[in-house]
Design a protein around this ligand. Structure first.
Ligand code: ATR
Length: 292
């Protein structure tokens, strides 16, 4: 279904020896949608730059102006950075790095845009503001970590983190409570969630990613009041989203979070407002679809 990732989308015209290089570090990176999104944004603003997927971890000898990181590099990079934003430092993971080449040998600053990307998607795709709201978050991995911290930062009144491996949910809840003393946050297993009646249900597990499954056998007992947010974007509509729609709830997939984390990364690198509409169109084109 996905097309265009391997070419990295349309390259900016006039790419030359002065072009600034940005990229994505990870393994595997060949199917990333980020090159299409960022290259479209550079072109839209006439910025002489290119975004490249790097399937290796060695960037020491290349003057790269900025890059994204995927698993497993998000935490491993932290000790190598000269500067961390408060978001990245709270989460302990970095998805975006900026290199200041005016320093001899470069100087790396890291941030994490996953949380802000998630919040902007909630706002723009669902019109949902977490302030004073109760949220049930499924999953306790890297994505859940960024989402949990962002929800508490945004003023959520209560956060229940439910995960197959209950110890991971409890460990994440403890980290959240440390960063937000007094916050109502707890970690649980996936059973016994009936009657929680959260305003928002978030799926940050990988269940639903092309496996035709939902992380919850039955949605009704949870009593979700307003909306369901998926971080999965392949497929664009997951079994959980269909369950939610049948129950009359608002839904969104993970495209918005992917888009807005990318937009925030773009701004972190360039200091420019990101051309979000251009980036969204490039993302959807790269996924071989015209809308969702
Ligand atoms: P990411 O960084 O994308 O969040 P991750 O750290 O590997 O990825 O986390 C994957 C999440 O999906 C975890 O919460 C994982 O649950 P466990 O901590 O118990 O492994 C969850 N997950 C993956 N496969 C699952 C499955 N088949 N059933 C339930 N949860 C699953």
């Amino acid at each position: 279904m996905s097309t265009g990732e391997d070419s990295g989308g349309d390259l900016p015209p006039g790419l030359n020896g002065a072009s600034a290089v940005y990229g994505l570090l990870g393994h595997p990176v060949a199917h990333s949608l980020s090159p299409a999104m960022h290259n479209a944004a550079f072109r839209a603003l006439g910025i002489n730059a290119v975004y490249v997927p790097f399937p290796v971890a060695g960037l020491c000898s290349v003057e790269v102006r900025g890059f994204n990181l995927t698993v497993p590099h998000k935490t491993a990079i932290v000790p190598l950075l000269a500067e961390l934003t408060p978001e990245a430092s709270a989460i302990g993971a970095v998805n975006t790095v900026r290199n200041d080449p005016s320093h001899p040998g470069g100087r790396l600053a890291g941030t994490n845009t996953d949380g802000i990307g998630f919040l902007r998607s909630l706002e723009q795709d669902l019109g949902f503001d977490p302030r004073e709201r109760e949220v049930l978050l499924l999953g306790a991995g890297g994505a859940a970590r960024a989402i949990a911290f962002a929800l508490l930062e945004a003023g959520a009144a209560r956060l229940v983190i439910a995960n197959r491996t209950v110890e991971r949910a409890q460990a994440l809840a403890a980290d959240c409570a440390k960063a937000h003393p007094g916050a109502a946050v707890e970690g649980r297993g996936m059973d016994g969630l009936s009657g929680l009646a959260p305003h928002l249900l978030v799926n940050s597990t990988t269940v639903g990613m092309g496996d035709g499954r939902s992380p919850v056998a039955e949605l009704a007992p949870l009593g979700v009041r307003e909306a369901v947010a998926e971080i999965v974007y392949h497929p664009l509509e997951t079994p959980l989203m269909r369950q939610a729609q049948a129950a009359g709830l608002a839904t969104t997939n993970g495209i918005g979070m992917l888009l807005h984390q990318g937009a925030a990364a773009f701004t972190f690198w360039t200091g420019r407002e990101a051309p979000v509409d251009v980036m969204r169109a490039a993302l959807l084109k790269a996924m071989g679809t015209r809308g969702h």
